[in-house]
Write a protein that binds this ligand. Structure first.
Ligand code: G6P
Ligand code: BGC
Ligand code: BGC
Length: 923
């Protein structure tokens, strides 16, 4: 066996040995001693195997591979970066679980200035044994009691205190302030805590206690506190090692390697929880009979086998078991034992440390043994020192193997040949056992020769580090509050939505009566949906949405469509009217040529998606432009005339314009061709609007009292009389002000695709100015109007998109953001689109209820034909609209049909119906 300490080792390897000179000479008793001590020897090969196996388990756990169960947990914390040194403020720190049966409370002041450290004030409390093993509530009540006892003598206010909770047990964290205890370790076994959020338990206890108003802001493992509290040095401190009652380490892992996180950038601190490492193949050969006895008698037999060879809670006990064994066999104390030597827990870590320390001298060892009721002779003292040294040396070597595994992992993760790293060390074993540290360091050098490691002892048991994390968490919590406050006005409750529905209903009635109303309720002269007997070839134009289209629609037993998209440059949309209509005619001519239709004068239906007052099917006076259009000299003109004039200017073509149709009407007709119950048309695209079949008797201004007529509500203008003021936010006001039609289309500006991206952009600007987003840095990009397209909302909110893709989308826009930023941007998008969908739903609810009442029905079954990019592309918009309608109009069964062919088809169908009717009258 390649036993450590044997001759012929390279320089530095001697750190792996411990003194053997002076052991009793060869005899029976010395054989027993040798045999005993030999068990604690670990060979270099064994250490290397442990290192390799642990590394394998770590990497398996990182990959999220559950089978076979990884031997270490690799728990991601929510700490994403090592301290900047700029954190500041006063924090209360509560430490539970690191150091034996004690609990520590600290008052830590962070100055925000590097190198300027204020000594924390602290107080330690002993946790009674019955509390450590009692009910969980008792433990947390005890903690709350200690907190107020400590704070009572500090010159601090009772309000608004921020607390960082150092809780040193394996926990699943789901946030900086959410952490579920997986299992107790060390000497704790309180009931009812495993599987619970320990932060909540602490909060509840503090509240029960009632003395102080303390906000528990963050929870961390002691290793994380140790790492985060490390003085900023030349090299980054990216590993925290604790050897106290128990043992563990944390380190900064590349986030992309942590499968459970779904993150591709940055780093995250991972707590290895190596105490539970239990590969029987590599640990079996190192486990002694004493380890087995110790495990058997522990609170958690079979668990934390690795920790039980290293942690301070167990070192004294291992020494005791060896001494008792040797005494029983007559090798020590003349074969005498004492009740203390035979009782569990009588030798503590402090005793081992002192006895092992060569400078302590025989007298001290003597005294300790006497206190245990033993009468040691001179050779006993020496042998006891050897036993202590053997147990501690093994602990340090095993700990080194584990640390070497972490260093190898860091090196793999960073893909670096050599690694320069600082390891913050903490815990009583590290702090008070100089030999432990030197053996640890020497062994690490041997096992990870390619790593250049400096060890930095933590100054105050990690309290500073916990405060650092708390400072960051407090900042994030403050940001979240600001985010919530900002988004609160977008979150509409049932009453608010019902009020919108009621107002809409009132405005509809007034509009139909010709009274002042923000809803114009324009008659369309469409009186019936198609009956299937329409036939012929028709031309259609479709202007006003994302695309301008020219279509050839062949209506036989079905409908066949050939179409082409043409662009309308912004300069044309906002130039002169003549230019716009000439451009339209040019596109028609081009289309006719391509389709071989030149010279034919097909009946034409014109989908024109702007508010028009119609005096007949083929007459529509443009009331005002909306969306991105603003061509001059068109408002107040008959659009069909403008088109005819352009045709005349162009001379070469003859066109027979039969009908002008709003896109809502086109959509309703198009869907109505498939489903006769479709009596509503809804558009949620660039703009938004709805039309529906109203009883003619309710429509003032159109002769006749029987039958129905389709009414173009022009609901985009709803609220232009100020009736939506209650719901309008400052962001809506900014979007409105910057638009080409301030004060107009207020409902549309809260709902439709042309504006949602802008609302989001304004919110992001505001959150940046508050320092909540993008580290408070305003970018040129975000200042640019329309940079944030509404399609981004659809993409960002898509369920299949991971947060990392959200980031990619925003980074393409030149917005470099953290994952916290990405999450907040997502929430902003959700709030804005949810409000849009709910407002739209409230509108539809008003419409269906009106139809139901018009017809005096208990229940109405009706279909809505829908079109528009936002409605179709957004992952949740349609279901939110439907849910709102169900809530606000429970007596209506509403089916939403998505129009597949656009409203051009509907315009052709309106034209077809008109031609059929015209033929009938001619006959
Ligand atoms: C329909 C039409 C367009 C209409 C559009 C709304 O299908 O054919 O004329 O305006 O949908 O959608 P958009 O998202 O393009 O504004
Ligand atoms: C715990 C770890 C802790 C370590 C050191 C172990 O028992 O499981 O969470 O970091 O002790 O205190
Ligand atoms: C127009 C409507 C149109 C809607 C959807 C609004 O801006 O005023 O006429 O139906 O957009 O395209």
């Amino acid at each position: 066996m390649d036993s450590i300490g044997s001759a012929g080792l390279r320089q530095g390897e001697e750190a792996l040995s411990y003194p053997e000179e002076g052991l009793p000479g060869p005899s029976d008793s010395s054989e027993l001693v040798q045999e005993c001590l030999q068990q604690f020897k670990v060979t270099r090969a064994q250490l290397q195997q442990i290192q390799a196996s642990l590394l394998g388990s770590m990497e398996q756990a990182l990959r999220g591979q559950a089978s076979p169960t990884p031997a270490v947990r690799m728990l991601p914390t929510y700490v994403g970066s090592t301290p900047h040194g700029t954190e500041q403020g006063d924090f209360v720190v509560l430490e539970l679980g690191a150091t034996g049966a004690s609990l520590r409370v600290l008052w830590v002041t962070l100055t925000g200035t590097e190198g300027h450290r204020v000594e924390p004030r602290s107080q330690e409390f002993v946790i009674p044994q019955e509390v450590m093993l009692g009910a969980g509530q008792q433990l947390f009540d005890f903690a709350a009691h200690c907190l107020s006892e400590f704070l009572d003598v500090q010159p601090v206010s009772k309000q608004g205190l921020q607390l960082g909770f150092s809780f040193s047990f394996p926990c699943h964290q789901t946030g900086l302030d959410r952490s579920t205890l997986i299992s107790w370790t060390k000497g704790f076994r309180c009931s009812g805590v495993e599987g619970q959020d320990v932060v909540q338990l602490l909060r509840d206890a503090i509240q029960r206690h009632g003395a102080y108003n303390i906000d528990v802001v963050a929870v961390v493992n002691d290793t994380v506190g140790t790492m985060m509290g490390c003085e900023l040095g030349a090299r980054p401190c990216e590993v925290g090692l604790v050897v106290d009652t128990g043992t563990n380490a944390c380190y900064m892992e590349e986030a992309r390697h942590v499968a459970v996180l779904d993150e591709d950038r940055g780093r995250v601190c991972v707590s290895v929880e190596w105490g539970s490492f239990s590969d029987a193949g590599v640990l079996g050969p190192v486990l002694t009979t004493f380890d087995h006895t110790l495990d058997h008698e522990s609170l958690n037999p079979g668990a934390q086998r690795f920790e039980k060879m290293i942690g301070g809670l167990y070192l004294g006990e291992l020494v005791r078991l060896v001494l008792a064994h040797l005494a029983r066999h007559g090798v020590l104390f003349g074969g005498g034992t004492s009740p203390a030597l035979l009782s569990r827990g009588s030798i503590l870590l402090e005793h081992v440390a002192e006895m092992e320390d060569p400078s302590a001298g025989a007298a001290r060892v003597h005294a300790i043994l006497q206190d245990l009721g033993l009468s040691p002779g001179a050779s006993d003292v020496e042998l006891v020192q050897h036993v202590c040294a053997a147990v501690c040396a093994r602990a340090a070597q095993l700990c080194a193997a584990a640390l070497a595994a972490v260093l190898s992992r860091l090196q793999h993760g960073r893909e670096q040949q050599t690694l320069q790293v600082a390891v913050a060390t903490g815990g009583r074993v590290c702090e008070r056992h100089p030999r432990f540290c030197s053996i640890l360091q020497g062994t690490v050098m041997l096992l990870a020769p390619e790593c250049d490691v400096s060890f930095i002892p933590s100054a105050d048991g990690g309290g500073q580090g916990v405060a650092m994390v708390t400072a960051v968490a407090a900042r994030l919590a403050a940001h979240r509050r600001l985010l919530e406050e900002t988004l609160a006005p977008f979150r509409l409750n049932h009453d608010q939505l019902a009020a919108v529905q009621a107002q809409m209903r009132k405005a509809m009635v007034k509009g139909l009566r010709g009274e002042a109303s923000s809803l114009r309720m324009l008659p369309t002269f469409v009186r019936a949906t198609p009956d299937g007997s329409e036939r012929g070839d028709f031309l259609a134009l479709d202007l006003g949405g994302t695309n301008f289209r020219v279509l050839l629609v062949r209506v036989t037993t079905g409908v066949q469509i050939t179409s082409q998209i043409y662009s309308i440059p912004e300069s044309v949309a906002q130039g002169s009217g003549q230019q716009l209509f000439d451009h339209i005619v040019d596109c028609i001519v081009d289309f006719q040529q391509k389709q071989g239709l030149s010279g034919q004068s097909l009946p034409l239906g014109f989908t024109f998606s702007f508010p028009c007052r119609q005096l007949g099917l083929d007459q529509g006076i443009l009331l005002n432009w909306t969306k991105g259009f603003n061509a001059s000299d068109c408002e107040g003109q008959d659009v069909v005339n403008l088109l005819r004039e352009a045709i005349t200017r162009r001379q070469a073509v003859e066109l027979n314009v039969v009908a002008i149709v709003n896109d809502t009407v086109g959509t309703m007709m198009s869907c109505g061709y498939e489903d006769p119950r479709c009596e509503i048309g809804l558009i949620v695209g660039t703009g938004t609007n709805a039309c529906y079949m109203e009883e003619l008797r309710n429509v003032v201004g159109v002769p006749g009292d029987s039958g129905r007529m389709c009414i173009n509500m022009e609901w985009g203008a709803f609220g232009d009389d100020g009736s939506l003021a209650m719901l309008s936010t400052c962001f809506d006001a900014s979007v409105d002000q910057a638009s080409i039609n301030p004060g107009k289309q207020r409902f549309e500006k809260m709902i439709s695709g042309m504006y949602l991206g802008e609302i989001v952009r304004h919110i992001l600007l505001h959150l940046t100015s508050l320092g909540v987003l993008f580290r408070g840095q305003q970018t040129q990009c975000l200042q640019t109007r329309d940079i944030f397209k509404t399609k981004f909302l659809s993409e960002i909110e898509s369920d299949s998109l991971a947060l990392r893709q959200v980031r990619a989308i925003l980074e393409d826009l030149g917005l470099p953001l953290t994952s916290d930023d990405a999450l907040m941007v997502l929430e902003v998008c959700q709030a804005v689109s949810q409000r849009a969908a709910q407002l739209c739903g409230a509108g539809v609810a008003a419409v269906v209820e009106k139809i139901r009442e018009n017809r005096g029905l208990e229940e109405l079954a009706v279909s809505v034909g829908v079109d528009g990019t936002l409605y179709k592309l957004h992952p949740h918009f349609s279901s939110l609209v439907a849910a709102t309608v169900r809530e606000l109009a429970p007596r209506c069964v509403v089916t939403f049909l998505q129009s597949e062919d656009g409203s051009g088809k509907g315009a052709a169908l309106v034209t077809a119906v008109a031609c059929r009717l015209a033929q009938l009258t001619r006959v």
